[in-house]
Design a protein around this ligand. Structure first.
Ligand SMILES: *Cc1c(COP(=O)(O)O)cnc(C)c1O
Length: 355
């Protein structure tokens, strides 16, 4: 399953579905609204809505000819789904240790009894989600969750009767390093976009080198985020740059203004910290990130001028700035860096890897 929620982790929902059509067996989204967007360009690939949706929205599913399937975590959700969009197939989510969505404890036994008593309900899957695969190299907690899921699976098989169930648990982390979690379906998001879920997952994958994951396995980021210089200033040494006058260059400097700020998804915590790439050279950010602009030092890049292309995330010549780099500088994770890229910005789908 290609997980394309949250605007395909910032990569563009429509562009990503377009690129993966015919390659992914399933698409996974968070909301009914996202499911409707997927269906506009892909009328038939199996589609799973995994997030918590308002029951009032279920009626919108009626209009879709090949219906998405829904993840449910309460009997009430099953009932309102069947009332408002009869026949919509659903997967039960069981909480095996995340304490987020999913039937927990005795609620799981109760729903199984309910489903056994209603054999016509279109129940078609059982899933769970791991809490602690990415942050560790010791998978003790994930293994405990897997054990709990195995028990839930046995009970589900008894309650299902003639209904065939799909079992799934793995997001990218588990899909990469916990082969026993792969089951019938893996739900991959971050790794699909060429990013590792975490450094720990990468280390674990590197030390596996089994047939399950070749030793030379690696991921390559799919996304490049680019802009252009919109203005250039020459300023004297000591002249402050930006809000709060937090940067004063020690030499006479050329400063480029870029039309990207925290509104566009460039985190304000990168102020005075990150670099952008211009003509294969690193240009440091000067001063604070503004709402719609940043300033960078181009004193050492004389060929940079208004209109020159700038790489915010990606590679230029021998230099790279990755989403992981920016995540490290802004104390967050790569997931947040790319999903933060404003959805109104133009996405361009390249089917071939550029030089
Ligand atoms: C987002 C999500 C995934 C994908 O997670 P990645 O770590 O990005 O691969 C898988 N399953 C569920 C339930 C999710 O919400």
């Amino acid at each position: 399953m290609a997980v394309v929620k949250s605007n395909a982790y910032g990569h563009g929902l429509e562009e990503t579905v377009e690129a993966l059509r015919g390659f992914a067996d399933w698409f996974g989204v968070n909301s009914i609204e996202e499911a409707l967007r997927v269906r506009k360009i892909d009328p038939a690939t199996p589609l799973l809505i995994m997030g918590a949706n308002e029951p009032e929205q279920y009626a919108a599913l009626k209009e879709i000819s090949v219906k998405p399937e829904l993840v449910v975590s309460s009997i009430e959700a099953i009932q309102s789904l069947q009332e408002q969009a009869p026949g919509t197939r659903f997967h039960l989510k069981v909480d095996t240790g995340m304490s987020r969505l999913g039937f927990h404890g005795s609620a799981f036994e109760t729903v199984l009894t309910y489903l056994a008593d209603h054999p016509a309900l279109p129940w078609c899957g059982l899933m769970t989600h791991f809490a602690n695969v990415e942050d560790v190299t010791d998978q003790e907690y994930a293994l405990l969750q897997l054990e709990r899921f195995a028990k839930a699976r046995e009970k589900s098989l008894q309650a299902a009767g003639k209904r065939a169930l799909l079992f799934h648990s793995a997001a990218s982390g588990a899909a990469l390093i916990l082969p026993s979690a792969r089951m019938d379906l893996v739900r991959v998001g971050i790794s699909l976009y060429g990013m590792w879920p975490s450094r720990e997952t990468r280390i674990s994958a590197r030390s596996m080198s089994s047939a399950d994951l070749p030793a030379d396995f690696d991921l390559m980021p799919a996304l490049t985020w680019k802009t252009r210089i919109v203005h250039v200033n020459s300023i004297e040494a000591g002249t402050p740059v930006g809000y709060g006058c937090t940067h004063r260059p020690v030499q006479d400097s050329r400063v480029a203004v870029l039309p990207v700020g925290y509104f566009e998804g460039y985190d304000r915590r990168l102020s005075n910290q990150s670099h952008v790439l211009i003509r294969g050279k690193r240009a440091p950010l000067l001063g604070r990130v503004c709402m719609n602009m940043i300033m960078v030092d181009i004193t050492h890049i004389p060929e940079a001028a208004v209109g020159t292309e700038v790489v915010l995330i990606g590679t230029s010549g021998a230099e790279t700035v990755s989403a992981d780099d920016l995540a490290g500088l802004s104390d967050t994770i790569n997931y947040q860096v790319t999903t933060a890229i404003q959805s109104d910005l133009t996405r361009i789908l390249l089917r071939e890897i550029p030089e």
